[in-house]
Design a protein around this ligand. Structure first.
Ligand SMILES: CC(C)(COP(=O)(O)OP(=O)(O)OC[C@H]1O[C@@H](n2cnc3c(N)ncnc32)[C@H](O)[C@@H]1OP(=O)(O)O)[C@@H](O)C(=O)NCCC(=O)NCCS
Length: 142
């Protein structure tokens, strides 16, 4: 089941987020995001356990995906795909563009986003602490 996150979900979202970034909880202020009226945080729940989440900033005509993480035990089961589908269904009819940033070495994520029609539109060289480049990817709405 996919649903909007609540304050009770924050510890588990931070736990999953730390798989993406050691500083996840200090750079993503989930409490504030739940109340700012612009952020969307969706969780995928299975047997009362959160096994994945996606967060994004929804500005109406544009939306920026901030984070997407699936529990390693549940990967390759379409959890992320379902989260992206659900997110898109929540966005405004005025939506023109969805953007995101991903490490150029993150092949699973790049494949996933390409499957959803995202294309690399810019490269930020040496963007990550390990020297990896960041791809800025974008998906135009039809
Ligand atoms: C990237 C991630 C979110 C994918 O989640 P997932 O639920 O396993 O993805 P799905 O099962 O929906 O996969 C859909 C598509 O993604 C791509 N994909 C997913 N895992 C892949 C892998 N290990 N290798 C290559 N492609 C992969 C494939 O195109 C796949 O489609 P297919 O099954 O038809 O080949 C997950 O691997 C993850 O949490 N990674 C760590 C965090 C991260 O990197 N997040 C993204 C950056 S913000």
């Amino acid at each position: 089941m996919i649903r909007k996150a609540s304050v009770w979900d924050i510890p588990r979202i931070n736990e999953l987020g730390s798989l993406l970034n050691d500083n996840f909880s200090s750079v993503n202020h989930l409490n504030d995001m739940l109340e700012d009226g612009l952020s969307i945080i969706l969780v995928y729940e299975k047997d009362d356990k959160i096994i994945g989440f996606i967060s994004a900033t929804d500005l109406g005509e544009t939306c920026d995906i901030l984070s997407l993480v699936v529990d390693p035990k549940y990967r390759n089961k379409m959890v992320a795909s379902n989260l992206i589908d659900y997110l898109i269904s929540e966005l405004s009819e005025d939506l023109k563009l969805i953007t995101l940033e991903v490490a150029s070495k993150n092949i699973p994520a790049i494949n996933l986003y390409e499957k959803f029609g995202f294309e690399v539109v810019n490269v930020r060289r040496n963007y990550y602490p390990d020297g990896d480049d960041a791809y800025l990817m974008a998906r135009k709405s039809e």
